[in-house]
Design a binder for this molecule. Structure first.
Ligand code: FES
Length: 590
């Protein structure tokens, strides 16, 4: 017979293999390395799983194959690596028949999705960027739904760290953007989210589960208790209370209500991060399924209780006691909302946003009260606050220090989170939660110096943009080129104004902005800014307000580009390896 079956290829005679020690089988399949060692024959993928170097050039000693590029070592019999960063080498069956060596030329895993799911688990557990990238790429290639990958990473992050962190926030923000992303950017988004979760969990103690109470108190009591435990920073009590609310079958809106009430016991806690993290935990559950609420939601409690409120800072107390002003306004909210409930169709969001940029805190609060009186619902206030905060970023003066971008960013992402949470609970009585808007309005007031002098919004006040390209593709390429260089904030903003002003597709612009962020070693804030901006833009569409929001996003991102792009290199290596690329040859050709 010619072969055991058509899947096998002849490597050579056993005598030849014994004489040479190793043979490489070429064909239409990947090159296969066949090794003779101490009376046994082994067959492995000839490409090192680390970066593709030919393993035929490696060394064999004591049953260990060593790749001679970065010196990863592998068990010859199984292909398993001793160096986790390198990943395992796929092996294939080999048979000796009548003095001939035949190898099976297919490497495929019986269940690729299950195999790469396990590899993602390994990569997350050991914080191995290349393994994570390969596992994400291969799961997508195996048609695993992105939501399944997000779920796996999110649950890993929730269980392997004592509390919600920036990694889970990045994962959720990028997962929210997935529907707007082309395939390559979707891969990068999932990779960045997963690697940041892994980095957050690296070296951390796993989370300890707590149990709900055995009783089922009514939601009002659970709300009161959660606020009480937040005030006295009693974490175990707060977690058990929240778990009890979940075990009682509370709806997402009721849980949002409870956590938002507890969160606003402090003003603008942890410069807004605390509320933003809570909002992201809710959004994560929307993505991965609310059946995981008991695993995910309590992870936000620790940071919520530990966060310092702005009420503890001097800026909020002097020269004007902003906390006292908020408390006074908050006491009027029930009556104001009762008055406004008779009015319908309030839609002065943009006008109110501009009032929120006033330089007098009392006037700002009066503007909010007037809006409520004339029919604005809490979610309307949140929308105005988010747009006002976006305008602050859009007009961020170039004379400010670079670090001041973060002050503008914090208010915007806080405002977006408040808006999203208020929308989530607009079906239940949320009047009291307008307090979060009052806090946001005061945080916005305190950043007024960032617009002195204000940057000009491109394309407005008679500014011509005709010096810029007109077709969408050239604008996109020029925008990416601007992100390649430092200090291109104004050019990038003008290009966005040009693109939108000409009526080109906002979706293609958003994809370009996402590409610009995903190729960088972006900071946590850049992902937040992009996602919050896209979400707010989607509410306005390609209106002047929508344009201001994307200009704000672009100016912030341009101010933080470029970076080393090391993570992109890892993702690119993984992608090329999984597509059969020979990186050592490509590197030599450079
Ligand atoms: S160790 Fe083999 S390519 Fe790096």
């Amino acid at each position: 017979m010619d072969a055991p079956n058509k899947e096998f290829a002849l490597a050579g005679s056993l005598e030849e293999l014994k004489a040479k020690g190793r043979l490489v089988v070429h064909g239409r399949h990947r090159p296969i390395l066949v090794i003779y060692d101490r009376g046994r024959v082994f067959a492995l993928d000839n490409r090192c799983p680390h970066m593709g170097f030919p393993l035929e050039r490696g060394g064999v000693e004591d049953g260990i194959l060593t790749c001679h590029w970065h010196h990863a070592r592998f068990d010859l019999a199984s292909g398993c690596t001793f160096d986790l960063w390198a990943d395992d080498v796929p092996t294939c069956p080999v048979e000796v028949r009548n003095g001939e060596v035949w190898v099976k030329t297919t490497f495929g895993h019986a269940d690729p999705a299950a195999h790469w799911r396990q590899r993602l688990a390994d990569g997350l557990a050991h914080d191995l960027g290349l393994v994570i990238a390969k596992a994400v790429h291969s799961q997508l290639a195996a048609d695993v739904p992105p939501a399944d990958i997000v779920r796996q990473v999110a649950l890993f992050g929730a269980r392997n760290r004592d509390g919600w962190g920036v990694g889970l926030t990045i994962l959720t923000a990028l997962a929210n953007l997935l529907p707007a992303l082309p395939n390559e950017e979707a891969y990068l988004a999932l990779f960045h989210g997963a690697r940041r979760v892994a980095a957050d969990c690296d070296g951390e103690a796993p989370r300890r589960e707590r149990a709900p109470l055995a009783s089922r108190p009514d939601p009002a009591a659970l709300n009161r208790w959660l606020r009480r435990w937040t005030n006295v920073r009693h974490r175990e009590a707060a977690e058990r209370t929240l778990l009890t609310a979940i075990a009682s079958g509370s709806s997402p809106a009721v849980l949002t209500d409870a956590l938002l009430a507890a969160e606003t016991e402090r003003a603008f806690a942890d410069t807004g991060h605390s509320l933003d993290f809570i909002n992201k935990a809710f959004e994560c559950l929307d993505l991965i399924g609310w059946e995981h609420a008991a695993t995910l939601l309590p992870t936000v409690v620790g940071q919520m209780l530990a966060a310092r409120g702005a009420d503890e800072s001097t800026a909020w107390r002097q020269p004007v006691d902003l906390v006292a002003l908020c408390q006074e306004a908050a006491s009027e909210l029930p009556e104001l909302f009762a008055t406004g409930r008779g009015a319908h169709g309030w839609s002065d969001h943009a006008a109110l946003a501009r009032e929120l940029l006033d330089d007098d805190p009392a006037r700002i609060l009066n503007g909010l009260k007037a809006a409520i009186r004339t029919g604005a619902a809490p979610a309307d206030l949140g929308r105005s606050l988010a747009y006002g905060a976006a305008l602050r970023v859009a007009r961020f003066g170039n004379a400010n220090e670079h670090g001041d971008w973060e002050a503008a960013h914090h208010v915007f992402t806080y405002a977006n989170a408040v808006h999203q949470m208020l929308k989530r609970i607009e079906t239940i009585n949320t009047d009291g939660h307008a307090t979060a808007v009052l806090h946001g309005a005061m945080a916005l007031y305190l950043t007024r110096y960032l617009n002195v002098p204000p940057a000009r919004i491109p394309g407005e006040d008679g500014e011509q943009l005709d010096d810029l390209p007109a077709d969408a593709e050239t604008i996109s390429a020029t925008l990416l080129d601007a992100f390649d260089r430092q200090r291109q904030v104004d050019l990038a903003a003008r290009l966005v104004a040009r693109h939108l002003g000409l009526g080109h597709s906002p979706q293609s612009l958003i994809a370009t902005l996402a590409r610009a962020v995903l190729r960088e070693d972006a900071g946590f804030h850049a992902y937040q800014m992009l996602e919050a901006g896209v979400r707010q833009f989607n509410g306005w569409g390609n209106t002047s307000e929508g344009r201001h929001i994307l200009i704000a996003v672009t100016r912030y991102l341009a101010a933080h580009s470029p970076t080393e792009r090391a993570a992109l290199q890892t993702a690119d290596i993984a992608r090329r390896l999984m597509l059969g690329g020979e990186l050592h040859r490509e590197a030599a050709a450079l």
